[in-house]
Design a protein around this ligand. Structure first.
Ligand SMILES: Nc1ncnc2c1ncn2[C@@H]1O[C@H](COP(=O)(O)OP(=O)(O)OP(=O)(O)O)[C@@H](O)[C@H]1O
Ligand SMILES: [Mg+2]
Length: 245
């Protein structure tokens, strides 16, 4: 497996269930330590760094299975994401120094600003507990928390999972806005309409290996990709099948 993502692009990773997409994200984000290979962020190797160090270096993620702090409020979840950015340590917190208080105020303002990325979806719910949010809003909050780290690269693992068609189409526009704000997005998604609409580049995985890459049209007509999705012998059928897969 190898891929290169240029700054400010959306690179999508597709592949059947169990093909290794999430595992790939786990390797990039430091949850797994790859047995071989490198993960370069502007030339610096991330392999061997702790997940929090990788976030600080500029790669943040969301999870396929939502991992918010359910008993914390929406805004508190965002503040957790910003934790790597605040300079004053535990001593400052304990003594509640002026620097600490000023920093905390700035962080809270910034958190509200970030929640505004999703318009009126999250702002009115900033003091709700995360567990009381709708599924779509929980997914949005995970994205905001990743944005809050200030990371240039965002790894989104099936952000549209569980969203209805309206929410999904809003999400597509939101991800494009992330790119317009200069973020680089690696996107795992099963919804092929999402992949087809917003990807700059698509990588297809099967059994942990890259089997195709290119534009969505190039990838979806690739015989190996059709075979991976439909099984051997089915590759002769229309390439449109991947869109419906
Ligand atoms: N550390 C590991 N060691 C060995 N096998 C693993 C490890 N982690 C995951 N796997 C296996 O690797 C395969 C790929 O899993 P992964 O979760 O990356 O797939 P995926 O492409 O994200 O699938 P899905 O679309 O269902 O989310 C699965 O069969 C999984 O059980
Ligand atoms: Mg997965």
């Amino acid at each position: 497996m190898d891929l290169e993502a240029s700054a400010g692009t959306i690179v999508s990773i597709i592949g059947p269930n169990g093909s290794g997409k999430t595992t790939f994200f786990n390797c990039i984000s430091g949850l797994y330590r790859p047995t071989a290979g490198r993960v370069l962020l502007e030339g610096a190797d991330m392999v061997g760094l702790r997940p929090d160090q990788i976030v600080a270096a500029g790669i943040a993620r969301t999870f396929q299975t939502i991992r918010l702090f359910p008993e914390m409020t929406v805004v508190e979840n965002v503040l957790v994401g910003m934790h790597t950015k605040t300079k004053e340590g535990w001593l400052g917190a304990a003594l509640r120094t002026a620097t600490f208080n000023a920093e905390e105020k700035r962080a809270a303002e910034r958190a509200i600003e970030l929640l505004g990325f999703f318009g009126e979806n999250l702002l009115p719910r900033q003091h709700d507990l995360a567990r009381n949010l709708s599924y779509a809003n929980q997914r949005r909050l995970e994205i905001v928390r990743a944005m809050a780290t200030g990371a240039a690269v965002l790894l989104l693992d099936e952000p549209a999972a569980g969203m209805n068609p309206k929410e999904t189409s809003e999400l597509m526009a939101d991800i494009v806005r992330l790119k317009e704000l200069g973020r680089t997005v690696l996107l795992i998604e099963h919804d092929m309409v999402v992949i087809a609409t917003i990807s700059d580049h698509v990588i297809a995985l099967d059994h942990g290996c890259k089997i195709a890459e290119g534009s969505f049209d190039e990838v979806r007509h690739n015989p190996q990709v059709l075979e991976a999705y439909l099984g051997r012998g089915a590759a002769g059928t229309a390439g449109d099948s991947v869109v419906r897969a």
